[in-house]
Design a protein around this ligand. Structure first.
Ligand SMILES: Nc1ncnc2c1ncn2[C@@H]1O[C@H](COP(=O)(O)OP(=O)(O)OP(=O)(O)O)[C@@H](O)[C@H]1O
Length: 329
């Protein structure tokens, strides 16, 4: 089990990570989502034993993970961090990149393990190519295969999907999900795009200004975010002041400036209801996301499968009052 216990780290005036605590069990996937500069990379580096904490500690199976200033070779042998740039050895093949991680094992086991990983990571066909001769998705899979080759307890991934096109994102995402379950690795990945996080992570943390402001199941964070920031980090959301609710056909007893959220899927196009003028229509494949202006102060986003909607068109919207969620700023 990986534990972060009140981890804190500053750089000069900047508090990059503040008092972060959580636990991660073998076979679990945790995603950390946060805006640029929220402390994601610093937290990963602390967890990997590659950055010294100012306060707090990292523990693996109840033993403290030392920081780089305390050991000759920084980094814990059972904790692997895969960087965004993959850091593959450029002059040897995909197969040799993976085999290098298990070079101290018996040749028979080494070959078995490398073949197993090549298969699991869908790399068998490109195993003899050099890193520069493979795609970004294949490089990412090679880096992950190499990282897990000697069965580390913890796999840390820095933005594992960000450089990949959609098909490759899906392949890498599904592969990480299967690999972590099969090998019972504790996996934590950071991302600024929550769509990846929502689908494969068992738990989702929201990082803001170095603080872990929410840690819960992806469904709970999506439906009951603690702040508007946490809501935005997990998808499109309408953020509305209480004073504007009556104009949307919803009564409220909250203070005028209280903030509430409603997801676009809880705003419906209807025959009757609040009148709004379409400002923009975004085609999303499965549905359209429609932005409509209700008044000078309120714009709502809604989802629909209805074709043919045009900017300027007047529509009617209905809000599901039970889906309104009140938050702090
Ligand atoms: N070595 C450093 N020296 C000084 N400041 C740093 C250092 N590393 C990080 N910071 C600062 O700490 C804060 C958190 O940075 P960090 O890279 O951890 O954020 P991040 O969420 O990973 O950002 P991004 O998504 O842009 O990579 C930022 O304000 C950053 O400028």
């Amino acid at each position: 089990m990986l534990e972060a216990d009140k981890l804190t780290r500053s750089f000069d005036e900047v508090a990059a990570v503040r008092n972060v605590s959580f636990r991660l069990e073998p076979g679990q996937i945790m995603a950390l989502v946060g805006a640029s500069g929220s402390g994601k990379s610093t937290l990963l580096s602390l967890l990997a034993g590659l950055t010294d904490a100012d306060a707090g500690e990292v523990r693996l199976n109840h033993e403290r993970v030392p920081g780089p200033s305390e050991v000759l070779v920084p980094g814990h042998p059972a904790i692997r961090l895969v960087h965004q740039e993959y850091q593959l050895m450029p002059n040897v093949s995909v197969r040799q990149n993976i085999a290098y991680a298990v070079r101290y094992y018996e040749p028979a086991y080494r070959d078995f393990r490398v073949n197993e990983l090549l298969k699991r990571c869908h790399l068998t066909d490109v195993q003899d190519r050099l890193p520069r001769q493979i795609s970004g998705g294949e490089k990412q899979r090679t880096a992950i295969a190499r990282a897990v080759a000697d069965k580390p307890a913890v796999l840390l991934l820095d933005e594992p999907f960000s450089h990949l096109d959609l098909p490759n994102r899906q392949i890498v995402r599904d592969m990480v999900f299967a690999l972590v379950r099969q090998e019972q690795t504790a996996c934590l990945f950071v991302t600024h795009d929550a769509t990846d996080a929502l689908s494969i992570a068992g738990s989702l943390g929201i990082l803001r200004h170095g603080r872990l402001i929410q840690l819960d199941s992806p469904i709970a964070v999506y439906r009951r975010p603690v702040t508007a920031y946490a809501a935005r980090m997990t998808g499109t959301v309408n953020v509305i002041r209480a004073k504007h609710l009556p104009a949307l056909g919803v009564s409220s007893t909250k203070p005028a400036d209280a903030l509430c959220l409603i997801r676009p899927e809880s705003v419906r196009l209807a025959e009757t209801g609040v009148m709004a003028t379409i400002r923009a229509v975004f085609f999303k494949g499965v549905h359209y996301e429609v932005e409509a202006e209700v008044s000078r102060y309120v714009c709502l986003r809604t989802l629909t499968t209805q074709d043919g909607l045009q900017p300027g068109q007047v529509i009617h919207l209905e809000l599901d009052p039970s889906a309104i969620w009140w938050v702090n700023e």
